[in-house]
Design a protein around this ligand. Structure first.
Ligand SMILES: C[S@@+](CC[C@H](N)C(=O)[O-])C[C@H]1O[C@@H](n2cnc3c(N)ncnc32)[C@H](O)[C@@H]1O
Length: 276
């Protein structure tokens, strides 16, 4: 989305403070312009906090570098762009705790957005590889510097066999409309003794289509869990979507199609290679 000209003028004004997770406009604005600024900041995932000590739009992710790049481009990704909702900080902690990340673990974040989870993972010593389809968000991830690698592209199009080894941990909050496809694909990047933790729409707990039913059976078989998250988990990101937390532990010998499982399959390579 293009920034309206008046909003761009306000946000690039030297007096406007854009720091950490906050945007503060400490000068009087015309009512109409104020409304425009408010709409844009909310669309970027911000929430007005009117407490005297704050009086700013507060974001569930680090807005500073992100905003700098968006202002330079004159456009910003809206909240619903490609299913983008930043994971709120409290939920990030819960998800990363559930994944049990220790220093040196290799971690894949396959739909990394603006890096709400990569920062926490890296702070615990995880070596994070991130994938993000949106160009601007991929640039932010690179600029933030938390990740060992940032791949800009469609995660579903990546081939797990391009990797020599599976990941120790996979942490994800995929776009909800294709979330289960993302989770099933992500398992192919996990080692047999890895863990996958994903935030998904709560529908996964009761959907009756074959793929969802089989997935729930598989999760139960390997001793995993799918538990409902509180209804207001994403309220600070401006959405009341109901969500659940999916935990899938690797389990050697199970039906899980992990990276190790794929590597164990007989290779058909060379079958049709004829000598010239
Ligand atoms: C719900 S957001 C979550 C962002 C981040 N993981 C977080 O927790 O804040 C989903 C992200 O997945 C990205 N995305 C959507 N489809 C994708 C795909 N096929 N491959 C990689 N990223 C994708 C979107 O651009 C968006 O940033």
């Amino acid at each position: 989305m293009q920034f309206p000209t008046d909003v761009l003028t306000v946000l690039t004004d030297q007096r406007t403070e854009i720091r950490h997770d906050q945007v503060r406009v400490p000068f009087e604005l015309d009512r109409v312009v104020y409304e425009q600024v408010n709409v844009v900041l909310k669309d970027m995932g911000g929430r007005w906090d009117g407490r005297k000590s704050i009086r700013a739009h507060v974001f569930p992710y680090r807005i500073e570098e992100f905003m700098r790049q968006c202002l330079a481009a004159g456009e910003y990704p809206s909240r619903t762009d490609q299913g983008w909702y930043a994971t709120p900080p409290a939920l990030v902690t819960q998800v990363v705790d559930a994944a049990g990340i220790y220093a040196g673990h290799t971690v894949l974040e396959p739909s990394a957005g603006a890096g709400a989870m990569t920062a926490d993972i890296a702070s615990r010593g995880g070596l994070v590889d991130a994938v993000e389809i949106d160009r601007r968000r991929a640039q932010i991830l690179r600029a933030q510097g938390d990740c060992r690698t940032v791949i800009e592209g469609d995660f579903l199009a990546l081939d797990p066999l391009d990797l020599e080894q599976g990941y120790d941990r996979i942490v994800m909050n995929p776009p909800f409309n294709t979330g289960l496809d993302h989770i099933l694909h992500a398992l192919k990047f996990m080692s047999d003794d890895g863990h996958l933790v994903a935030i998904m729409t709560a529908g996964l707990m009761w959907w009756s289509d074959r793929k969802s039913v089989e997935f729930r059976q598989l999760v139960e078989e390997v001793g995993g869990e799918i538990e409902a998250l509180p209804d207001d988990s994403f309220a600070v990101s401006g959405t009341n979507v109901r969500t659940c937390l999916v935990f899938v532990p690797g389990y050697a010998g199970s039906r899980l199609q992990t990276h190790d499982w794929l590597m164990r399959q007989p290779r058909q390579l060379g079958l049709f290679d004829f000598a010239a």
